[in-house]
Design a protein around this ligand. Structure first.
Ligand code: ADP
Length: 349
């Protein structure tokens, strides 16, 4: 186990800054997820921690030691990639054993390690099989097992599940959470998928254009997004965001210096007609443009004086396309953002 620290880390390619002044602290045993849109610098950050890229500026510490000049092989980390290169001509055992042989681990010890690790990832019955005869999930487990036999202090994973179909991805997600609990080792995981980040991470690092936008536990990012970017990146559908001037025409109760008002699609109530108010709220007349039925819930796109809004509701009330309705938002569910995009805290007292 080891903690990871990044201090003022930059990465430049030619004149382009792809990671900008990144400060990060990941505690021992944490499941940290770097999440953000494609090209925001997640992989570059992971590769700098791995020692596969050198930072242009700044310091990287693993377990309290400055590792800027320590080669990848000496960093006590293991990495699992999206395109895990497993050797097709070698058996599962051969694939897992390969690195151990290279490191001259004695045969007895090798066999014990392979047995233990394969039991954990559920590969015990497949040791003599060739990768071509395995499912995508099993092949991913081979890649995991190969990383695990190194017994690293830190696991680095770069979109390891993105080649799997949706169902298998969900299953592997749970397995990785279990694996993390069992190994009790620091995990750093890269994904562009906010659902993956929310469901797996004990800490989420939201990035955009090389900059850390927020760094907190998953529920804190959801409940207290630091800025407009975090608010709209985490959560499906993204948070509704309305210009404050437009919002003010319907509701005066917003701070004077606020620039944008946001509210989550699932915190809105849809009403067929206005009801008496039991708490401070704002009512917005709307009409349904589209509805997407997902079984237990439905997502509606509505037209309103605030522009197009999205609302997610349980499937107990399913207005038709074209139907007029009123949506009600409790004032406690409103988020306010200033000119720079940062969230304003506790502004309604
Ligand atoms: P992410 O993992 O978030 O998708 P990356 O870290 O892979 O993003 O890339 C961040 C930016 O750095 C992208 O614009 C990418 O094109 C650029 N980049 C990555 N590697 C190199 C490289 N070796 N040379 C030049 N530009 C690179």
């Amino acid at each position: 186990m080891a903690d990871i620290k990044l201090k003022g880390v930059y990465k430049r390619y030619d004149n382009k800054e792809v990671v900008k002044n990144l400060n990060l602290e990941i505690s021992e045993g944490e499941f940290a997820v770097l999440v953000g849109p494609s090209g925001c610098g997640k992989s570059t950050t992971l590769r700098m921690i791995a020692g596969l890229e050198h930072p242009s500026d700044g310091e990287i510490y693993i377990g309290g030691n400055l590792v800027n000049d320590v080669p990848a092989a000496k960093r006590d980390i293991a990495m699992v990639f999206q395109n895990y290169a497993i050797y097709p001509t070698m058996s599962v055992r051969g694939n897992i054993e390969f690195g151990l042989k290279n490191r001259k681990v004695p045969k007895g010890e090798r066999e014990e390690l392979i047995r233990d690790v394969c039991e954990i990832v559920g590969l015990s019955d497949y040791l003599e099989r060739k990768p071509g005869t395995l499912s995508g999930g099993q092949r991913q487990r081979v890649a995991l097992a190969r990383a695990m036999v190194k017994k690293p202090s830190v696991f680095l994973m770069d979109e390891p599940l993105s080649n799997l179909d949706a169902k298998l991805r969900t299953q592997m997600r749970s397995e990785l959470i279990e694996l993390h609990k069992r190994l009790n080792t620091t995990f750093i995981y890269v994904t562009h998928d906010q659902v993956e980040a929310m469901s797996m991470g004990s800490k989420i690092i939201v990035m955009n254009q090389g900059i850390k936008m927020q760094d907190a536990g998953p529920m804190e990012v959801y409940d207290k997004p630091a800025n407009v970017f975090s608010a709209q990146f985490i959560g499906t559908p993204p948070m509704n965001m309305v210009e404050a001037d437009v919002f003010r025409k319907l509701c005066q109760d917003i701070p004077v210096d606020c620039h944008k008002v946001g509210f989550r699609s699932e915190k809105v109530r849809m009403l067929r007609e206005e009801e008496e108010r039991s708490c401070p709220c704002v009512d917005i007349p709307c009409s349904v443009i589209t509805r997407e039925l997902l079984g237990a819930e439905a997502i509606f796109t509505l037209d309103s004086r605030l522009g197009h809004l999205q609302v997610k509701s349980l499937s107990d009330f399913l207005p038709e396309v074209g139907e007029p309705l009123v949506i009600r938002i409790g004032l406690e569910h409103l988020f306010f953002f200033d000119q720079t995009g940062n969230r304003m805290d506790n502004v309604l007292g």
